[in-house]
Design a protein around this ligand. Structure first.
Ligand SMILES: [Zn+2]
Ligand SMILES: [Zn+2]
Length: 795
């Protein structure tokens, strides 16, 4: 019984011959399957443990990088230290050249692309060496483990090593190999406060990492091993020695060709530590504050530095007149890129707050918004360049603007009003267009303060009663150089969303460009030598209230240049004006940046045509019009109203009475043609003692109910408070404007009759203290009331 199985086994084995071997194999196979199973379970367990630990001890990678500002060619022009005072510049993946990758991997971690974060063979070898030589080596550190160590520095001991390995697995679990290599290159220390290959390559070799040679990469890669003894610029001989040792090692391992190694060995090493450049300080600071770490601006460094120099020199000469600062922005009109940005006359000047960025400061714009207003009115059909407006005193609910020189010009054309920057016509046009329309256009062109203040702004905004920045104004004017289309100016490659707004039509933009490019105008700088060659430009000046800000913004097809001159303290200067203070600087800049301009000017859009109009009104000529002039217009938009300034009026034979349709008698009258003069112009003619044709007063027996406007009281101002000295009671002036059919007006004070006068005549009265009602009734019975408040004071 006992032998049987044995015999059977023997027999079996004998019978087949190979059976015993098979049996053994089967057993081994069984064992190995069992082993693999256990190994699998073990690994799965470890993996699950890793996942658990990964959740319990997550690895949050947070690295603060230096903000690096580059010019349009990618050259570093400025950089800002991190909060821990490091030059730690971020190398982007595309800046890691194949050569850099290959060299670093050959030197640091040959199996980087095949291990899971930890190289088990290297660990075993290191452990073996540690045990038998009783000496610690760090040879087992992979690139991933070095990243883990750089992110969480620890004292070196076996425990730390275990944590580092765990962290390395976590990194590999979360990031790609390239991202880990990128982190390594960004964090590796290069002595002092330099971290990462980009900072090292820029500060030692003045180039980006993707332009480094094999010799340079190798030299850089050995520094982290001994940062205190291998100092570039001090120990270059030692670095060369060490570099060449590695190069020879690479040659032996055939990482590079013999030729490559030979060239690298022969390369001298002259690197020393350079300083970080600090150009374009205001724009750099502005971008730094936005919080990203790499900004490729569109600055043309040459233009930037030249402009800075011109501004600094110009302001140095202005200091005698107590004018201490200036800001300039240059936009390339073809790309909408900001190619130069000067925030102050001198960034380093502490006495005049050179660090303040005047280009972004909110200031009053003076008259600089007028071209936009006129262009919008042209698009509404209200205006063409030769359309005539009345430049006379107005009063809109107490708002009585004045011109810059406190004079009125009577009849003026639109182009004259814009060239001379007259205030009254601008206020009138804004009233016609509607303030909200202008605000809405400016808001769409990124005028932030105007948007904020939109409910507070009044008609005075067109004369500068609002807040704008040089950045905003320069952007707006570049729209005139771009067929009326506003494209938000781009400061860096981060400004990818080009906002596009149709501000005005190409036709209106063209007409404005034509008006603003005339050289023979009142705001041409007094001391500018006309012999100097200038590219043709269109420009508009502005001077803010109290002569605090001088503006001049100019453009042609190539560039838009915005210039602000003034004091950061806000102090006004009697000598300051847009034409004499800001324009010379604008011209100097254009002469420098666009000297060789081909002077190609904007072409007339096909929807902008010319026509003959009456020179007296700018309207389409009627039969009576004798003097015609050529004018631009926009078909189907511009008004086609016929000139109507001459009318035939029935009058009595003695020319003392005029009649209307309703009261004209059957006989005993004649017809005479009169040039019509609006009431506001009649007053102006009378004030200036200019003769004009008067229509005789209307038939007093006429029973027609007159529906026209009641007189408007121009003084005092409705709703105003008047202070009167108790000692010296100065009377208040009473003036009004009445319809052209009015010959007499009647004044009432607090409902009591006061005086009769002709419409243009001034009357005076001394009011009692307290609220005063003033009424003005015309000879047709139309009445107007206003109220004022009078206070008696000790003056
Ligand atoms: Zn006419
Ligand atoms: Zn009548």
């Amino acid at each position: 019984m006992r032998c049987k199985p044995l015999t059977r086994a023997t027999a079996q084995s004998r019978g087949t011959g190979k059976s015993a071997k098979n049996m053994k194999l089967r057993i081994t196979k069984k064992n190995s399957i069992r082993f693999l199973k256990r190994l699998g379970i073990g690994l799965l367990g470890l993996f699950l443990l890793f996942l658990l630990l990964n959740i319990v001890f997550p690895f949050r990678v947070k690295v603060e990088y230096t903000t690096v500002i580059t010019d349009k060619n990618g050259e570093v022009i400025n950089a800002f230290l991190t909060k821990d005072e490091k030059w730690r510049m971020k190398t982007e993946l595309d800046e890691i050249s194949p050569l850099l990758r290959k060299t670093i991997i050959a030197k640091e971690d040959k199996y980087f692309y095949s291990h899971p974060g930890v190289n088990p063979f290297a660990v075993m070898r290191a452990t073996f060496k540690n045990i038998f030589r009783m000496k610690r080596t760090s040879g087992a550190s992979t690139i991933t483990m070095q990243v883990a160590r750089a992110l969480e520095p620890r004292k070196r001991n076996p425990g730390s090593k275990m944590i580092e390995m765990f962290r390395a697995f976590q990194l590999e679990w979360k990031y790609s190999k390239d991202e880990i290599l990128q982190m390594y290159l960004n964090l590796v220390p290069y002595g002092g406060n330099l971290e990462g290959v980009k900072a090292a390559s820029l500060l030692y070799f003045s180039k980006n990492p993707d332009h480094l040679s094999l010799a340079e990469i190798t030299a850089l890669s050995i520094i982290p091993n001994r940062p205190s003894s291998l100092v570039m610029g001090k120990n270059n001989d030692l670095i060369i020695q060490e570099r060449n040792r590695w190069l020879k090692k690479f040659a032996k391992e055939k990482v590079f060709t013999e030729k490559e190694i030979e060239d690298a060995l022969a390369e001298p090493l002259t690197a020393t530590r350079n300083t970080v450049p600090h150009f374009a300080r205001h724009l750099s600071t502005k971008l730094y504050k936005q919080g990203d770490h790499n900004y490729k601006t569109h600055l043309d460094l040459n233009t930037q530095l030249k402009t800075e120099k011109i501004v600094e020199d110009y302001i140095r000469a202005q200091r005698l007149r107590n004018i201490n600062n200036s800001s300039v922005i240059i936009i390339d009109n073809k790309t909408h890129h900001v190619i130069a940005y000067v925030g102050s006359a001198n960034f380093n000047d502490t006495t005049d707050a050179g660090q303040v960025n005047g280009a972004a400061a909110i200031r009053q714009p003076g008259s600089t918004l007028k071209p936009l207003l006129y262009a919008l009115c042209m698009d509404e059909g209200f205006l063409t360049p030769k359309m005539v407006m009345n430049d006379v005193a107005v009063n809109y609910d107490g708002y009585a603007p004045e011109n810059y020189n406190q004079k009125y010009n009577g009849y003026v054309t639109t182009e004259y009003a814009l060239e001379h920057s007259l205030n009254i016509p601008a206020v009138k046009e804004l009233r016609l267009l509607g303030k909200d329309r202008l605000v809405q256009k400016l808001t769409s062109c990124d005028f932030k303060q105007i948007q904020k203040d939109r409910n507070k702004l009044g008609l005075s905004m067109i004369l500068g009663g609002c807040g704008t920045t040089l950045e905003e104004l320069t952007g707006l004017f570049s729209a005139f150089a771009n067929d009326g289309v506003y494209m938000s100016p781009s400061y860096s490659d981060k400004d990818t969303l080009h906002k596009k707004v149709n501000v005005v039509t190409p036709e209106a933009a063209f007409i404005i460009n034509d008006i603003l490019s005339k050289v023979n105008r009142p705001d041409f700088p007094l001391n500018w030598q006309s012999t100097e060659r200038m590219p043709k430009i269109a420009w508009k000046t502005g001077t803010s209230y109290g002569r605090r800000d001088a503006w001049s913004i100019g453009y042609n097809k190539n560039y838009t240049v915005g210039v602000w001159v003034g004091n950061f303290s806000g102090v006004g200067v009697p000598d300051l004006s847009g034409s004499n203070t800001a324009t010379p600087l604008l011209f100097k800049i254009f002469n420098t940046i666009d000297y060789d301009s081909d002077e190609e000017w904007f072409t007339q859009p096909k929807d902008c045509e010319t026509r003959m109009v009456c020179s007296e009104t700018g309207l389409m000529p009627a039969d009576h019009c004798t003097n015609l002039v050529i004018d631009y217009f926009i078909p189907l938009i511009s008004s086609t109203a016929k000139c109507n300034n001459i009318q035939e009026v029935p009058i009595s034979a003695n020319e003392k009475i005029s009649y209307c349709k309703n009261c004209v008698p059957q006989a005993g009258f004649k017809k005479k043609t009169y040039k019509l003069t609006e009431q506001e112009m009649q007053s102006w003619f009378e004030e200036n003692k200019i003769a004009y044709q008067k229509i005789p007063p209307h038939n007093p027996e006429c029973e027609t109910i007159f529906r026209g406007n009641a007189p408007s009281i121009t003084s005092p101002a409705n709703g105003s408070e008047y202070l009167i000295s108790k000692k010296n009671k100065e009377p208040l002036q009473l003036t009004c404007k009445a319809g052209s059919d009015v010959s007499k007006v009647y004044w009432y004070i607090n409902n009591k009759f006061y005086k009769t006068s002709s419409p243009g005549e001034k009357q005076f009265f001394v009011p009692d203290e307290g609220p005063v009602k003033i009424s003005c009734t015309d000879d047709k019975g139309r009445n107007r009331d206003i109220k004022i408040m009078v206070r008696y004071v000790n003056l």
